[in-house]
Design a protein around this ligand. Structure first.
Ligand code: V47
Length: 370
């Protein structure tokens, strides 16, 4: 495409951004179809600034824990899940998990635990509630970001109670927020192809809607780079934006790049996403999601150098120190599982931004001079 054509295609979108107007579905598809990566980055960074964003780039000091990798759902994109009989299947008791967390806390002083699990059919409500209660008692100042909407739905099914009752039990025990997983791609066509055993997206929305109304903030994600179309990515973003208009409880959006290793899709020849697609996803999500304040460039997923570039494509958060990630490691991530604070600060500062350590709710804890 000639440069002039590209400028003309993006010009009406730029006008909307400058005017603070909302982009529509067609604008989103136009952005996705553009290969003018630098123009997309510039537009996204402009949108971020027009909407009040400054030079701050956030990260949180966190620990990743998984209670169980046993899972009843056979999502085709997943390399983490196991059946109970597989050799490397595990289910960790609340006491073991708490002991481990206390040891880690003494070493690193994390402020958040992020926990996502398989949908284990062999445990009960108490398995989930007791770990939150015990962790809160042992580490009262640590924010517990536990259980995707898929897991909340699963816990409700297990216990024969409503989503609302599960959330209330967990909140009373000390739950702080929900991670954004389980969203995948909302479009039925894609869900049937990649996760036919997973609950309907209406459940995902019902749980986030309830959580926001109960004062539990949540995160949201989109899994890209498999069988979805650009239209289906934008449809997903528009649905998230509508939910945020209604309840306002999403703290951040995290685009998750599909990692094919050790999955059904690897055997079908699927490859890892490219840097161009990763940067495009960050830019387009910033442009479309005008009401979600934070866009995360998840370094575990894209590597630290690419996450650093993403800071000029609309991202303002690199997630965190992330001690011990398992889901992406199982599927071929090569970025390691821990980033020390000085290293995060170095990458952010060398991108010309101001590194800010935050808590889960985006309260500032410490800042480093640029
Ligand atoms: O729902 C699983 C994704 C999610 C693969 O809220 C994969 O800050 C790529 O919830 N390749 C679970 N993605 C993890 C999750 C999460 C992750 C990071 C940040 C946050 C947050 C939440 O992980 C799943 C699925 O979308 N996932 N397998 C894979 N092979």
């Amino acid at each position: 495409m000639a440069v002039l054509d590209m400028l003309e295609t993006l010009a009406p979108i730029r006008e909307k951004i400058v005017a603070g107007a909302r982009l529509d579905f067609e604008d989103g598809v136009t952005l996705m179809e553009s290969d003018d990566l630098l123009a997309l980055g510039e537009l996204a960074d402009l949108a971020r600034r027009v909407r009040g964003g400054g030079d701050e780039v956030f990260f949180v000091q966190n620990l990743y824990l998984n209670q169980t990798n046993v899972c009843r759902v056979k999502c085709k994109f997943c390399a983490f899940a196991k059946t109970r009989k597989q050799e490397d299947a595990y289910t960790i008791s609340a006491d073991e998990l708490v002991e481990d967390a206390i040891k880690q806390h003494a070493a690193t002083k994390f402020t958040e635990i992020h926990c996502v699990n398989g949908e284990n059919p062999h445990v009960d409500l108490e398995f989930y509630v007791s770990v939150i209660r015990k962790l809160k008692a042992a580490l009262p100042d640590v924010h517990l970001k536990f259980y995707t909407a898929s897991e909340i739905h699963h816990i409700a099914q297990l216990a024969g109670i409503s989503h609302e009752e599960v959330l209330r039990e967990l909140k009373n025990a000390g739950l702080g927020s929900l991670p954004g997983g389980g969203a995948e791609i909302f479009a039925d066509r894609v869900r049937q192809l990649i996760a036919p055993g997973k609950e309907h997206p209406d459940n995902w929305f019902h749980i986030h809607d309830l959580a926001h109304k109960m004062g539990i903030p949540t995160h949201c994600t989109l899994l890209y780079g498999h069988v979805e179309t650009y239209e289906e990515r934008i449809d997903h973003m528009v649905r998230l934006r509508d939910q945020q208009d209604a309840t306002g409880g999403f703290l951040a959006f995290i685009p998750l790049a599909f990692h094919p290793e050790n999955t059904v899709f690897e055997r079908r020849g699927f490859k890892f996403t490219t840097g161009a697609d990763d940067l495009k996803m960050i830019a387009v999500s910033r442009l479309m999601l005008d009401n979600i304040p934070n866009i995360k460039a998840y370094w575990i997923m894209m590597g630290m150098p690419m996450a650093q570039l993403a800071l000029h494509f609309g991202a303002n958060d690199v997630q965190g120190t992330v001690v011990r990630e398992q889901i992406f490691q199982a599927a071929g991530a090569t970025s390691g599982t821990e980033q020390k604070i000085p290293e995060l600060v170095r990458f952010i500062t060398e991108a010309g931004r101001v590194a800010v350590q935050r808590d889960t709710l985006y309260n500032e804890l410490q800042r480093w001079a640029a």
